[in-house]
Write a protein that binds this ligand. Structure first.
Ligand code: HEC
Length: 142
């Protein structure tokens, strides 16, 4: 094979590899359904009145615009083609309703489209747990 052809083959292989990398990155989607690893996480913040109150402030500031102040979500959402913001008052949630599952969805968002945004770097972990305590004790029917 001439040097020219070898170079061309090399470029082609590099291109195909790069493209499959993109396809794999696009394939990262948050699975629907329960998340046992997240469910096993222990909530480090006691759900006392002070935590629930802190959580309410965060929820009202960062979540209520989509999920509504009462947590019922749906029509109040971004109004795009994406899924409507979930109703967080349901006894059973699509991604699981344990503290850890709600924490992980809030921290990581729902990939790949992030219609449910990721709050990693926006809300500190302990503040997310406060928000979880608020959702669990004031919004969600159990
Ligand atoms: C820009 C709008 C938007 C904001 C802001 C938002 N969410 Fe969401 N959220 C969504 C959407 C849309 C979904 C549904 C995503 C899907 O099904 O792909 C969702 C899903 C969820 C779920 C999963 C519900 C289930 O049934 O499993 C949880 C939990 C959640 N959001 C919590 C929060 C919390 C807590 C906040 C605030 C810190 C928040 N969200 C802020 C739009 C938003």
């Amino acid at each position: 094979m001439s040097l020219r052809k070898e170079l061309l083959v090399g470029v082609l292989i590099a291109g195909v590899t790069a493209m499959s990398g993109v396809a794999m990155a696009q394939g990262v989607a948050t699975p629907r359904g329960p998340n046992p690893t997240a469910a096993a996480m222990k909530n480090p913040v006691a759900a006392d009145a002070a935590s629930i109150e802190r959580g309410k402030k965060i929820y009202d500031a960062k979540c209520a615009n989509c999920h509504k102040a009462d947590g019922t979500g749906a029509e109040g959402g971004p109004g795009e083609s994406g899924p409507p913001p979930s109703n967080l008052t349901h006894a059973k949630l699509e991604h699981g309703q344990s503290d850890g599952e709600i924490f992980v969805i809030t921290k990581n968002g729902v990939l790949p489209d992030l219609y449910m945004p990721m709050f990693e770097g926006v809300i500190k972990d302990n503040d997310i747990w406060d928000t979880v305590n608020y959702i669990q004790n004031k919004l969600r029917k159990k």
